[in-house]
Design a protein around this ligand. Sequence first.
Ligand code: SF4
Length: 413
Amino acid sequence: MTLKRFQGYSYTMRFAIATLGCKVNQYDSETIREALVNDGNEELGFTDNCDLYIINTCTVTHRSDSDSRKLIRRALKTSDSARVIATGCKAVTDPGSLRDISPRVEVATPSKLASLLGLSFSGSITRFHHRSRAFVKIQQGCDNFCTYCIVPYARGKPRSRDIDEILQEIRQLNSNAYREIVLTGVNIGLHKLGLSYITKKILEQTRVERIRISSIEPWTFQESLLELVADEPRLCKHLHLPMQSASDRILESMARPYTARYFSDLVHGIHIASPDIAIGTDIIVGFPGEDDRAFQETLNMVESLPLAYLHVFPYSRRPGTKAYVFTPQVDELTKKKRVSILRKISQKKRRDFALGLMGRDMDVLVTGSESGMSTGITTNYQKVMLKGPVKKPGSIVNARITGLKSGRLQATI
Ligand code: SF4
Protein backbone atom coordinates (compact mmCIF):
# COMPACT_ATOMS: atom_id res chain seq x y z
CA MET A 1 0.00 0.00 0.00
CA THR A 2 2.89 2.35 0.58
CA LEU A 3 4.02 2.73 -3.01
CA LYS A 4 1.52 4.74 -4.97
CA ARG A 5 0.75 3.02 -8.22
CA PHE A 6 -0.17 5.03 -11.31
CA GLN A 7 -0.44 3.60 -14.83
CA GLY A 8 2.03 0.84 -14.04
CA TYR A 9 4.61 3.17 -12.41
CA SER A 10 5.21 3.32 -8.71
CA TYR A 11 6.65 6.19 -6.76
CA THR A 12 7.44 6.62 -3.13
CA MET A 13 5.06 8.05 -0.62
CA ARG A 14 6.23 11.11 1.30
CA PHE A 15 5.59 10.95 5.01
CA ALA A 16 6.25 12.91 8.20
CA ILE A 17 6.14 11.84 11.82
CA ALA A 18 5.67 14.11 14.85
CA THR A 19 6.39 12.65 18.26
CA LEU A 20 5.22 13.96 21.59
CA GLY A 21 6.18 12.88 25.07
CA CYS A 22 8.65 10.43 26.47
CA LYS A 23 11.60 8.43 25.20
CA VAL A 24 9.39 5.36 24.74
CA ASN A 25 7.26 7.27 22.25
CA GLN A 26 10.40 8.44 20.48
CA TYR A 27 11.60 4.85 20.24
CA ASP A 28 8.22 3.73 18.91
CA SER A 29 8.31 6.49 16.28
CA GLU A 30 11.71 5.25 15.21
CA THR A 31 10.33 1.73 14.58
CA ILE A 32 7.53 3.29 12.46
CA ARG A 33 10.02 5.45 10.57
CA GLU A 34 12.30 2.48 9.80
CA ALA A 35 9.39 0.35 8.58
CA LEU A 36 8.21 3.13 6.25
CA VAL A 37 11.71 3.91 4.94
CA ASN A 38 12.53 0.23 4.41
CA ASP A 39 9.34 0.02 2.38
CA GLY A 40 10.71 2.61 -0.02
CA ASN A 41 9.03 5.77 1.29
CA GLU A 42 10.61 9.16 1.82
CA GLU A 43 10.58 11.09 5.08
CA LEU A 44 10.06 14.86 4.93
CA GLY A 45 9.60 17.55 7.58
CA PHE A 46 6.25 17.96 9.28
CA THR A 47 5.53 21.27 7.56
CA ASP A 48 6.28 19.86 4.08
CA ASN A 49 3.56 18.68 1.76
CA CYS A 50 3.30 14.94 2.47
CA ASP A 51 1.02 12.05 1.55
CA LEU A 52 0.94 10.75 5.11
CA TYR A 53 1.27 12.37 8.55
CA ILE A 54 1.63 10.31 11.69
CA ILE A 55 1.21 12.00 15.05
CA ASN A 56 2.50 9.88 17.93
CA THR A 57 0.48 11.44 20.75
CA CYS A 58 1.08 11.78 24.48
CA THR A 59 -1.49 12.25 27.23
CA VAL A 60 0.41 12.59 30.52
CA THR A 61 -0.76 16.19 31.06
CA HIS A 62 -3.36 18.64 29.72
CA ARG A 63 -0.60 20.31 27.79
CA SER A 64 0.45 17.11 26.00
CA ASP A 65 -3.20 16.57 25.02
CA SER A 66 -3.44 20.04 23.60
CA ASP A 67 -0.06 19.78 21.80
CA SER A 68 -1.20 16.48 20.25
CA ARG A 69 -4.41 18.10 18.97
CA LYS A 70 -2.46 21.10 17.60
CA LEU A 71 -0.17 18.86 15.56
CA ILE A 72 -3.11 16.93 14.15
CA ARG A 73 -4.74 20.20 13.07
CA ARG A 74 -1.50 21.42 11.55
CA ALA A 75 -1.21 18.22 9.48
CA LEU A 76 -4.81 18.58 8.29
CA LYS A 77 -4.11 22.19 7.23
CA THR A 78 -0.80 21.46 5.51
CA SER A 79 -2.39 19.13 3.01
CA ASP A 80 -6.09 18.64 2.37
CA SER A 81 -5.59 15.27 0.69
CA ALA A 82 -2.98 13.58 2.93
CA ARG A 83 -3.77 10.74 5.31
CA VAL A 84 -3.53 11.89 8.93
CA ILE A 85 -3.08 9.10 11.47
CA ALA A 86 -3.00 9.63 15.24
CA THR A 87 -1.39 6.92 17.35
CA GLY A 88 0.32 6.73 20.78
CA CYS A 89 -1.13 7.00 24.29
CA LYS A 90 -4.01 9.37 23.57
CA ALA A 91 -5.15 7.03 20.78
CA VAL A 92 -5.56 4.32 23.43
CA THR A 93 -7.13 6.28 26.29
CA ASP A 94 -9.40 8.66 24.37
CA PRO A 95 -9.60 7.87 20.63
CA GLY A 96 -13.01 9.60 20.32
CA SER A 97 -11.60 13.03 21.10
CA LEU A 98 -9.06 12.64 18.28
CA ARG A 99 -11.65 11.46 15.76
CA ASP A 100 -13.81 14.45 16.74
CA ILE A 101 -11.15 16.82 15.37
CA SER A 102 -12.05 15.85 11.79
CA PRO A 103 -13.53 12.88 9.92
CA ARG A 104 -10.17 12.76 8.07
CA VAL A 105 -8.29 11.73 11.24
CA GLU A 106 -7.63 7.99 11.44
CA VAL A 107 -6.88 6.73 14.93
CA ALA A 108 -4.79 3.60 15.57
CA THR A 109 -3.46 2.18 18.82
CA PRO A 110 0.29 1.44 18.58
CA SER A 111 -0.46 -2.29 18.21
CA LYS A 112 -2.85 -1.66 15.27
CA LEU A 113 -0.77 0.91 13.41
CA ALA A 114 1.27 -1.57 11.37
CA SER A 115 -1.80 -3.26 9.92
CA LEU A 116 -3.42 0.11 9.17
CA LEU A 117 -0.31 1.03 7.16
CA GLY A 118 -0.12 -2.41 5.52
CA LEU A 119 3.35 -2.92 6.95
CA SER A 120 4.99 -5.17 9.49
CA PHE A 121 7.11 -3.52 12.19
CA SER A 122 10.20 -5.48 13.17
CA GLY A 123 9.97 -4.11 16.73
CA SER A 124 13.64 -3.22 16.46
CA ILE A 125 15.70 -0.30 15.16
CA THR A 126 19.07 0.12 13.48
CA ARG A 127 19.34 3.92 13.61
CA PHE A 128 17.96 6.88 15.51
CA HIS A 129 17.34 9.65 12.99
CA HIS A 130 18.23 13.25 13.86
CA ARG A 131 20.01 12.11 17.04
CA SER A 132 23.54 11.15 17.98
CA ARG A 133 22.39 9.07 20.97
CA ALA A 134 20.05 6.11 20.51
CA PHE A 135 17.25 5.11 22.86
CA VAL A 136 16.72 1.37 23.33
CA LYS A 137 13.43 0.18 24.76
CA ILE A 138 13.93 -2.68 27.20
CA GLN A 139 10.40 -3.03 28.56
CA GLN A 140 6.82 -1.83 28.20
CA GLY A 141 4.04 -1.09 30.63
CA CYS A 142 3.58 -0.56 34.35
CA ASP A 143 1.21 -1.92 36.98
CA ASN A 144 1.95 0.40 39.87
CA PHE A 145 -1.04 2.65 39.13
CA CYS A 146 0.25 5.75 40.87
CA THR A 147 -3.00 7.58 41.46
CA TYR A 148 -2.12 10.58 39.25
CA CYS A 149 -0.77 8.57 36.32
CA ILE A 150 -2.61 7.68 33.12
CA VAL A 151 0.30 5.67 31.69
CA PRO A 152 -0.70 2.16 32.93
CA TYR A 153 -4.07 2.63 31.19
CA ALA A 154 -2.33 3.59 27.96
CA ARG A 155 0.62 1.19 28.03
CA GLY A 156 -0.80 -1.87 29.81
CA LYS A 157 0.88 -4.38 32.11
CA PRO A 158 4.69 -4.75 32.32
CA ARG A 159 6.25 -6.76 29.49
CA SER A 160 10.01 -7.43 29.39
CA ARG A 161 11.90 -7.38 26.13
CA ASP A 162 14.04 -10.42 25.35
CA ILE A 163 17.66 -9.88 26.42
CA ASP A 164 19.09 -11.26 23.15
CA GLU A 165 16.97 -8.83 21.15
CA ILE A 166 18.19 -5.94 23.31
CA LEU A 167 21.83 -6.99 22.86
CA GLN A 168 21.41 -7.47 19.12
CA GLU A 169 19.82 -4.04 18.73
CA ILE A 170 22.62 -2.36 20.69
CA ARG A 171 25.32 -4.11 18.62
CA GLN A 172 23.58 -2.99 15.44
CA LEU A 173 23.24 0.62 16.63
CA ASN A 174 26.87 0.63 17.77
CA SER A 175 28.04 -0.65 14.39
CA ASN A 176 26.09 2.25 12.86
CA ALA A 177 28.23 4.66 14.93
CA TYR A 178 25.92 5.22 17.91
CA ARG A 179 28.31 5.39 20.81
CA GLU A 180 25.81 6.15 23.55
CA ILE A 181 22.65 4.18 24.13
CA VAL A 182 19.98 5.18 26.62
CA LEU A 183 18.08 2.31 28.22
CA THR A 184 14.46 3.27 28.28
CA GLY A 185 11.00 1.91 29.07
CA VAL A 186 7.81 2.82 30.87
CA ASN A 187 9.19 1.53 34.18
CA ILE A 188 12.60 0.03 33.40
CA GLY A 189 13.17 -1.33 36.89
CA LEU A 190 10.33 -3.80 36.25
CA HIS A 191 12.26 -5.81 33.65
CA LYS A 192 11.91 -9.40 34.86
CA LEU A 193 15.69 -10.00 34.73
CA GLY A 194 16.49 -6.90 36.77
CA LEU A 195 18.17 -3.78 35.43
CA SER A 196 21.59 -4.57 36.86
CA TYR A 197 21.63 -8.00 35.12
CA ILE A 198 20.67 -6.36 31.81
CA THR A 199 23.31 -3.66 32.25
CA LYS A 200 26.00 -6.25 33.05
CA LYS A 201 25.09 -8.27 29.94
CA ILE A 202 25.32 -5.15 27.78
CA LEU A 203 28.72 -4.32 29.28
CA GLU A 204 29.97 -7.87 28.71
CA GLN A 205 28.48 -8.61 25.33
CA THR A 206 28.61 -5.35 23.41
CA ARG A 207 31.29 -2.75 22.77
CA VAL A 208 29.08 0.30 23.12
CA GLU A 209 31.12 3.05 24.74
CA ARG A 210 28.40 4.60 26.89
CA ILE A 211 25.27 3.24 28.51
CA ARG A 212 22.88 5.69 30.13
CA ILE A 213 20.03 4.62 32.35
CA SER A 214 16.96 6.78 31.84
CA SER A 215 14.47 7.45 34.62
CA ILE A 216 14.23 4.65 37.19
CA GLU A 217 11.62 4.41 39.93
CA PRO A 218 13.29 4.61 43.37
CA TRP A 219 11.69 1.44 44.77
CA THR A 220 13.02 -0.65 41.85
CA PHE A 221 16.63 0.52 42.29
CA GLN A 222 18.88 -2.45 43.05
CA GLU A 223 21.95 -2.32 45.29
CA SER A 224 23.89 -4.21 42.58
CA LEU A 225 23.14 -1.38 40.15
CA LEU A 226 24.79 1.06 42.51
CA GLU A 227 28.02 -0.94 42.38
CA LEU A 228 27.95 -0.80 38.59
CA VAL A 229 27.27 2.93 38.49
CA ALA A 230 30.11 3.58 40.90
CA ASP A 231 32.73 1.31 39.30
CA GLU A 232 31.96 0.90 35.62
CA PRO A 233 33.36 3.71 33.45
CA ARG A 234 31.12 2.83 30.48
CA LEU A 235 28.00 3.41 32.56
CA CYS A 236 27.11 7.11 32.59
CA LYS A 237 27.44 8.89 35.90
CA HIS A 238 23.85 10.02 35.77
CA LEU A 239 20.64 8.74 37.37
CA HIS A 240 17.15 10.14 37.28
CA LEU A 241 15.03 9.05 40.26
CA PRO A 242 11.52 10.54 40.43
CA MET A 243 10.71 11.60 44.00
CA GLN A 244 7.41 13.45 43.25
CA SER A 245 6.95 14.63 46.88
CA ALA A 246 8.74 14.45 50.22
CA SER A 247 5.54 14.35 52.26
CA ASP A 248 4.83 10.78 53.37
CA ARG A 249 1.11 11.58 53.44
CA ILE A 250 1.18 12.74 49.81
CA LEU A 251 3.40 9.84 48.71
CA GLU A 252 0.89 7.42 50.20
CA SER A 253 -1.99 9.21 48.52
CA MET A 254 -0.06 9.00 45.23
CA ALA A 255 0.38 5.21 45.85
CA ARG A 256 4.14 5.61 45.60
CA PRO A 257 5.56 2.67 47.62
CA TYR A 258 8.32 4.45 49.60
CA THR A 259 8.81 7.13 52.21
CA ALA A 260 10.69 10.41 52.06
CA ARG A 261 13.32 8.87 54.35
CA TYR A 262 13.84 5.94 51.97
CA PHE A 263 14.34 8.35 49.06
CA SER A 264 16.75 10.50 51.00
CA ASP A 265 18.82 7.48 52.09
CA LEU A 266 18.91 6.23 48.52
CA VAL A 267 20.16 9.53 47.08
CA HIS A 268 22.76 9.97 49.82
CA GLY A 269 23.90 6.35 49.38
CA ILE A 270 24.39 6.81 45.64
CA HIS A 271 26.18 10.09 46.14
CA ILE A 272 28.59 8.60 48.68
CA ALA A 273 29.35 5.66 46.38
CA SER A 274 29.80 7.92 43.35
CA PRO A 275 30.41 11.57 44.30
CA ASP A 276 30.63 12.81 40.68
CA ILE A 277 27.26 11.45 39.70
CA ALA A 278 24.46 13.76 38.51
CA ILE A 279 21.23 12.74 40.23
CA GLY A 280 18.05 14.33 38.93
CA THR A 281 14.48 14.04 40.11
CA ASP A 282 10.87 14.80 39.16
CA ILE A 283 8.55 16.67 41.49
CA ILE A 284 4.79 16.99 41.10
CA VAL A 285 3.56 20.20 42.66
CA GLY A 286 -0.01 20.75 43.83
CA PHE A 287 -1.15 17.13 44.09
CA PRO A 288 -4.60 17.04 45.79
CA GLY A 289 -4.19 17.61 49.52
CA GLU A 290 -0.73 19.21 49.23
CA ASP A 291 -0.99 21.91 51.89
CA ASP A 292 1.73 24.42 52.85
CA ARG A 293 3.27 21.98 55.29
CA ALA A 294 3.50 19.15 52.74
CA PHE A 295 5.03 21.52 50.20
CA GLN A 296 7.51 22.77 52.80
CA GLU A 297 8.60 19.15 53.45
CA THR A 298 9.35 18.76 49.74
CA LEU A 299 11.18 22.07 49.69
CA ASN A 300 13.32 21.14 52.69
CA MET A 301 14.14 17.78 51.19
CA VAL A 302 15.23 19.05 47.76
CA GLU A 303 17.36 21.73 49.39
CA SER A 304 19.14 19.18 51.55
CA LEU A 305 19.75 16.50 48.91
CA PRO A 306 22.78 16.37 46.58
CA LEU A 307 20.64 16.72 43.45
CA ALA A 308 21.97 18.13 40.17
CA TYR A 309 18.59 19.24 38.80
CA LEU A 310 14.83 19.00 39.29
CA HIS A 311 12.07 18.55 36.73
CA VAL A 312 9.07 20.29 38.25
CA PHE A 313 5.53 19.68 36.98
CA PRO A 314 2.25 21.18 38.18
CA TYR A 315 -0.19 18.36 38.94
CA SER A 316 -2.44 17.75 35.94
CA ARG A 317 -5.82 16.16 36.62
CA ARG A 318 -6.24 13.16 34.29
CA PRO A 319 -9.75 11.76 33.78
CA GLY A 320 -9.80 8.03 34.52
CA THR A 321 -7.12 8.16 37.23
CA LYS A 322 -7.92 7.71 40.92
CA ALA A 323 -6.62 11.15 41.93
CA TYR A 324 -9.04 12.83 39.54
CA VAL A 325 -11.71 12.76 42.26
CA PHE A 326 -9.40 13.40 45.23
CA THR A 327 -10.09 16.47 47.35
CA PRO A 328 -9.08 19.13 48.02
CA GLN A 329 -7.64 19.99 44.61
CA VAL A 330 -4.98 22.71 44.79
CA ASP A 331 -5.82 25.96 42.99
CA GLU A 332 -3.82 26.91 39.90
CA LEU A 333 -2.28 30.07 41.39
CA THR A 334 -0.83 28.14 44.34
CA LYS A 335 0.55 25.51 41.97
CA LYS A 336 2.14 28.23 39.86
CA LYS A 337 3.84 29.82 42.87
CA ARG A 338 5.15 26.49 44.13
CA VAL A 339 6.43 25.53 40.67
CA SER A 340 8.29 28.80 40.43
CA ILE A 341 9.93 28.36 43.88
CA LEU A 342 11.15 24.87 42.98
CA ARG A 343 12.34 25.86 39.51
CA LYS A 344 14.51 28.57 41.06
CA ILE A 345 16.04 25.98 43.38
CA SER A 346 16.64 23.75 40.37
CA GLN A 347 18.48 26.55 38.54
CA LYS A 348 20.75 27.03 41.53
CA LYS A 349 21.42 23.32 41.82
CA ARG A 350 22.27 23.07 38.12
CA ARG A 351 24.66 25.98 38.42
CA ASP A 352 26.35 24.63 41.56
CA PHE A 353 26.77 21.22 39.99
CA ALA A 354 28.24 22.70 36.80
CA LEU A 355 30.62 24.99 38.73
CA GLY A 356 31.92 21.94 40.60
CA LEU A 357 33.30 20.62 37.29
CA MET A 358 35.55 23.62 36.49
CA GLY A 359 39.07 22.71 35.44
CA ARG A 360 38.22 19.02 34.96
CA ASP A 361 39.08 16.98 31.86
CA MET A 362 35.97 15.16 30.69
CA ASP A 363 34.85 12.98 27.80
CA VAL A 364 32.17 14.69 25.75
CA LEU A 365 29.92 12.99 23.21
CA VAL A 366 29.48 15.41 20.30
CA THR A 367 25.79 15.86 19.58
CA GLY A 368 25.77 18.72 17.05
CA SER A 369 27.09 22.21 16.35
CA GLU A 370 26.07 25.79 17.01
CA SER A 371 27.64 29.11 15.97
CA GLY A 372 30.64 27.31 14.49
CA MET A 373 31.29 25.26 17.64
CA SER A 374 30.61 21.62 18.43
CA THR A 375 28.09 20.91 21.17
CA GLY A 376 28.00 17.80 23.29
CA ILE A 377 27.10 16.03 26.48
CA THR A 378 29.20 14.68 29.33
CA THR A 379 28.68 11.35 31.04
CA ASN A 380 27.11 13.25 33.96
CA TYR A 381 24.55 14.89 31.69
CA GLN A 382 26.03 18.35 31.29
CA LYS A 383 25.60 20.21 28.02
CA VAL A 384 28.89 21.55 26.70
CA MET A 385 30.05 24.02 24.02
CA LEU A 386 33.41 22.87 22.66
CA LYS A 387 36.14 25.33 21.64
CA GLY A 388 38.51 23.87 19.07
CA PRO A 389 38.14 22.06 15.75
CA VAL A 390 34.52 21.17 14.92
CA LYS A 391 33.98 17.44 15.44
CA LYS A 392 31.61 15.01 13.80
CA PRO A 393 28.42 14.29 15.78
CA GLY A 394 28.75 10.90 17.45
CA SER A 395 32.46 11.26 18.20
CA ILE A 396 33.74 11.33 21.78
CA VAL A 397 36.40 13.93 22.61
CA ASN A 398 38.30 14.75 25.76
CA ALA A 399 37.98 18.41 26.76
CA ARG A 400 38.90 20.66 29.65
CA ILE A 401 36.00 22.47 31.33
CA THR A 402 36.85 26.17 31.39
CA GLY A 403 33.66 28.13 32.09
CA LEU A 404 29.91 28.38 32.32
CA LYS A 405 27.88 30.61 29.99
CA SER A 406 24.08 30.86 29.73
CA GLY A 407 23.71 27.62 31.68
CA ARG A 408 26.08 25.71 29.42
CA LEU A 409 29.58 24.52 30.18
CA GLN A 410 32.40 25.82 27.98
CA ALA A 411 35.27 23.42 27.30
CA THR A 412 38.45 23.36 25.24
CA ILE A 413 39.43 20.31 23.22
S1 SF4 B 1 5.44 3.91 38.24
FE1 SF4 B 1 3.74 5.31 38.60
S2 SF4 B 1 4.33 7.18 37.47
FE2 SF4 B 1 5.61 5.54 36.68
S3 SF4 B 1 4.48 4.78 34.85
FE3 SF4 B 1 3.93 3.47 36.64
S4 SF4 B 1 2.05 4.39 37.40
FE4 SF4 B 1 3.01 5.95 36.10
